[in-house]
Design a protein around this ligand. Sequence first.
Ligand code: CS2
Length: 459
Amino acid sequence: MRLSATTLPSIPAAVTRPAYDREAQAIGIVHFGIGAFHRAHQAMFTDDAMAGGERDWAIAGVSLRSPAVHAMLAPQDGLYSVAIRGRATAETRIVGAVREVIVATHAPDRLARLLAARETRIVSLTITEKGYLRQPDGTLDLSAAAGGATVYAVLVAAFRARRAAGLPGLTIICCDNLADNGGVLDGLIRAYLDRYAPDLLPWFARECACPATMVDRIVPATREADREAAGISLGLRDEAAVVTEPFRQWVIEDRFATPRPGWERVGAQLVGDVRPYETAKLRMLNGAHSALAYCGLAAGHRYVHEAVADPRIRALVERLMRDEAACTVNPAPGQDLAAYADTLFVRFANPALPHGLAQIAMDGSQKIGQRWLEPLAINHGRGLSCPATLAALAAWIRHARGDDGHLDDPMADRLRALWAEAGRDGIAAALFGRDGLFAAAWQADDAAIEALRALLAEA
Ligand code: CS2
């Protein structure tokens, strides 16, 4: 028996259920990228808001291409369980915020209708770093973005329909780990409009807003063992089960073009400036994560909690986070970066939540910019060296050669070709030298190139 609206009443009382009438909620949010992270983060904040009395913020989850998530959630009427696993605590709850799931390529008309509906006010995105189709210098890859089912093409069709119908605009919320994610999304949409629909630019500028956000919750990819454990807690099979940690944080720039759920009443922080939280999170949490991933995989570890327990890796990551990343963050009043670092190490060590290093190692070319290269550039400008970040970067460069079988990156072919051409002595300069692939993000000086070369020459 499978979890669904019909079987929901049969689940054990220990499992928390939606405390509101799902049927009575109209869809107010269309979300692109309905993966595990969204289901454990924004959807739960929204579920809490509706349980607190907010109305009509149900979510339609969109997958741009993959039918897999539709097959998981549609037969379950959008319902799924979240197992919240702390070091010594465990809790399971059912989330009801997702009312509909759409595969964009299968139901383009339904998606277009929803995006052009008066009740839809917010579009949110967790399409991962590579989903924004940026080039290494950060600009929009216009030809890739023009393909029919890209988020840009779908959004712009929605803008046109809304303008034609005299409807208000949308608030478009990027919930991905990009630096200045609101500003970046705004710029990418404008670049797309400028090229393909310039007549819509003034309407977009007037009617829409792209607030910046910092999103944080560790959500490992669900394993079959997790689905089996969910089955035991629920007494029902849940194909869409998610596992996560107790911690969650969502900082949102208070700059909406439309009404919004009262997310601040259920723990989100609505602020004037997201940057101090976002840079701390990207450089300290995500930067440390990537270091754990590449150094950990190279040392034969599989999970974050194992890599962070390895004294050599731990020392390197402590140094990266506390000495090389934290000093590049301009904290908000009351933001304690040393205490933040302490909590991050506690979260990483959570043995109840095995978090695969290979999952974090994915798409490195899209991640290292905001995680490592920005802090490297800042420290470099201050004349400070960053031995730990350089060691992590060397581990990524080695990984990017593709020999260990883990390379999963939209730039994999380019990285392998660069390696073949430049070799071990030339690869650091080919990536970060004056004309290097990533020179727009960080240009290494001779000393840094030499340091990377020496690290790569080690066994
Ligand atoms: C991780 C993030 O996979 C990754 O790159 O660093 O998904 C991380 O777990 C989240 O950003 C935590 O909020």
